[in-house]
Design a protein around this ligand. Structure first.
Ligand code: GCO
Ligand code: MG
Length: 404
């Protein structure tokens, strides 16, 4: 019972921010969607798909998901990397969407069925000052969130990562040429423990608190921060160091019991194999869209499960509602699910991608519509043309180029 693919096209739209979406259609007229958005490098993936992948899909059986994954991965000769793996992910997720629609089931049923009531998410509380961030955190808690990420401005720095203008939507890709942030590790290291102390004093202990370092510390600095935060029991410290330096995580481990999360920029299982096998992390943040789709993310999760590492998928606004839905079907059906990041999209984005998932009581549920439960309004998408947008860059206060 084959379902030949008759069409594969890339839709680029910018309802408040850029998204690249792959739409695959079968001979029976069933279509599936896959997110292919790579923040600040969108057109590279769009060209990879249009020029090099879409022609390969025509006439192939949409049901042969594993074979298609192997065909695109092994068949490219050039393996891995964010551009190629995001393109493969888009095909993979679109094919899972098609298969589930043909089966007449929500996708999570094909992945083994629900193994929890819903997908616990964390929201983003941020502010220019510690006081403002704590007030935001109270707002999130009152909205029902059970887990909240805390990011605050750093005294003495005019701008920093993670602090947004619009409180419910955080959009770092904010300019046609990169804006410049500034950084001081000593100032930052003084601020974060104070932030957590203030947050625990106001919020108590029934809510999980998280923090993202965004690749900015050395291993020994991260070890010190982890230790300073221990009294406040953070749920995790994210991207404490740049993950290329995998051995650096052992240094952090040697100094703190604060749980470590990493992986939002990982492209494949090979980026996290050592970190997982050597017990250097607690949460793996690889995502459906940037790590080769559901087919590959399930392999990462299976490896992680052996080593008591849980999932904590990236879920920022640059991951479209198509990715968010895929992450929810995955999270609902994966036994070592840990937590899911949830940054709300703007109403403009939600209108272009009508979806079934919904938030209740600190959790998201993907809904029970067949497939992913997300659509793409192509007419509306066409009214929001692509507009180049970069992530910021970051310099130390003396002008040295640094990690953003
Ligand atoms: C997070 C992230 C994001 C990224 C962004 C880059 O933890 O949510 O670090 O905010 O910076 O997704 O594209
Ligand atoms: Mg992050």
């Amino acid at each position: 019972m084959a379902s030949p693919i008759v069409d594969a096209k890339v839709v680029i739209t910018s309802p408040g921010r850029n998204f690249v979406t792959l739409k695959i259609t079968t001979a029976e007229g069933v279509y599936g969607l896959g997110d292919a958005t790579l923040n600040g490098r969108e057109l590279a993936v769009a060209a990879y798909l249009t020029e090099h992948v879409c022609p390969l899909l025509i006439g192939k059986d949409a049901h042969r998901i594993e074979d298609m994954w192997q065909y695109l991965y092994r068949g490219a000769y050039w393996r891995g990397g964010p551009v190629g793996m995001t393109a493969i992910a888009a095909v993979d997720v679109a094919l899972w969407d098609i298969k589930a629609k043909i089966a007449g089931l929500p996708l999570y049923q094909l992945l083994g069925g629900a193994c929890r009531d819903g997908v616990t998410v964390y929201g983003h509380a941020n502010g220019a000052t510690i006081e403002e961030t704590v007030q935001e955190a109270i707002r999130y808690r009152d909205l029902g969130y059970r887990a909240i990420r805390l990011q605050s401005g750093v005294p003495g720095l005019k701008s920093t990562y993670g602090v947004s203008r619009d409180k419910m939507f955080y959009e770092p890709a904010d300019a046609a040429l990169p804006t410049e942030n500034e950084w001081s590790t000593p100032r930052y290291l003084r601020m974060v423990p104070q932030l957590f102390k203030a947050a625990r004093a106001e919020l108590g202990w029934d809510v999980e608190l998280l923090h993202d370092v965004h690749h900015r510390l050395t291993p020994i600095e991260a070890g010190r921060l982890g230790k300073d935060l221990e009294p406040y029991r953070p749920f995790w410290l994210e991207d404490a160091v740049t993950a290329e330096h995998q051995a650096g995580f052992r240094t952090i481990r040697d100094h703190t019991t604060t749980p470590l999360a990493v992986g939002e920029i990982f492209s494949s299982i090979w980026d996290c194999k050592t970190l997982i096998e050597e017990g250097l992390i607690d949460f793996i943040r690889a995502t459906v869209v940037h790590a080769g789709g559901l087919t590959h993310l399930r392999r990462i999760a299976a490896l992680a499960d052996l080593y008591h590492v849980k999932t904590g998928c990236h879920g920022a606004t640059d991951l479209s509602p198509v990715s968010m839905a895929a992450a929810l079907h995955f999270g609902l059906s994966t036994s070592n699910f840990g937590i899911q990041e949830y940054m709300r999209h703007t109403p403009e984005t939600d209108a272009v991608f009508p979806h079934n998932y919904g938030f209740e009581d600190g959790m998201l549920h993907p809904g029970d519509a067949p497939g992913l439960g997300v659509d793409l309004d192509e007419g509306l998408a066409a009214r929001h043309p692509y507009s180049r947008a970069y992530l910021p860059v970051n310099r130390l206060q003396d002008g040295t180029m640094f990690n953003w």
